[in-house]
Design a protein around this ligand. Structure first.
Ligand code: KMH
Ligand code: ZN
Length: 281
């Protein structure tokens, strides 16, 4: 039987602005409210990017701490797993991307290779990845391995073979980034076959891939990430009203398909987080 479904909400991202997406949470208060709504709807993990005072993407520790504290306070009845982004915005230096791990979040993203990212290049060299792995281990942060392309699973295997990264292996397939692997179902099926032994997996479909890949993951025993970071539309040409609206739809689908949704406590157990739910700074 499949594990209960872990739903991750990627609420903000680094590439979007409120001008383009009015529902995007960019202030600390908006992020806390979005997290509360998503957790209320059934999400157990918040994938977190933060913004500075001018709402620009930031990897500054104070901004991460402020957002984390606000989310914890707002969600005090049911504090979610907060997964820091170490991807940041395209072009951010790896040292800055790694720095927030000093706050000892429960989880953080771990990008497993370089890709074209639209017209830009999102750089993740082996040296970057080794440094990231070291910082995660020192701070007891559970990585989520972000896989954008087939070769990234080979990169992950290489790091496992080197002993650089250690179990648990939770892989997030991020499919449909322009410049990387598309979110066609055949690609997902093949990626799942190529997973390292004992890895769990989820899928984040970008843009139009978000909904069909969520449905696939629910039926195939994977987990699901949705949210405005990956997809701003509820349906063709219709902007999503909120992150929670996207989470609610996944919960409805899961119910229809007979897959139970994990509580936050169940997600913590499945993902094997080490740092406590209040750990940060
Ligand atoms: N903003 C993207 C370039 C992550 O959060 O780790 C990378 C990203 C991945 O969002
Ligand atoms: Zn991200």
């Amino acid at each position: 039987m499949a594990d209960k479904l872990i739903i991750t909400a990627a609420i903000t991202g680094a590439e979007l602005s409120k001008e383009k997406v009015p529902a995007l949470p960019v202030t600390v208060a908006e992020q806390a409210q979005a997290a509360l709504e998503c957790v209320g709807a059934g999400a157990s993990v918040i994938h977190l990017h933060v913004r500075d005072e001018k709402f620009q993407p930031s990897q500054n520790l104070t901004h991460f701490k402020n957002a984390t504290d606000a989310i914890r306070t707002q969600c005090k009845m049911n504090p979610p797993i907060i997964q820091f982004s170490t991807g940041g915005a395209v072009g951010e230096k790896i040292e800055k991307r790694i720095a927030p791990l000093d706050l000892k979040p429960e989880m953080a993203s771990f990008n497993t290779g370089t890709i074209n990212f639209g017209e830009d290049i999102f750089v993740n060299t082996f040296s970057d990845m080794r440094g990231l792995a070291k910082a995660m281990q020192e701070n007891h942060v559970i990585p989520e391995f972000e896989v954008y392309d087939l070769g990234h699973l080979d990169n992950l295997r290489k790091l496992i073979a080197e002993g650089v990264v250690k179990a648990p292996y939770h892989v997030q397939f991020v499919l449909g980034v322009p410049g990387a692997l598309s979110g066609d179902v055949e690609n997902l099926v093949y990626l799942i076959k190529r997973l390292p032994k004992d890895a769990s997996w989820g899928v984040a479909g970008v843009g139009r891939y978000q909904l069909p890949l969520a449905a696939c993951a629910i039926t195939m025993g994977g987990h699901v990430r949705v949210g405005l970071e990956d997809n701003i539309f509820y349906s063709k040409g219709v902007l999503a009203k909120s992150n929670a609206e996207l989470v609610e739809r996944v919960v409805r689908l899961a119910r229809e398909l007979g897959r139970d949704v994990a509580t936050v406590a169940e997600a913590r157990k499945l993902l094997g987080t080490v740092n406590g739910e209040n750990s940060c700074g």
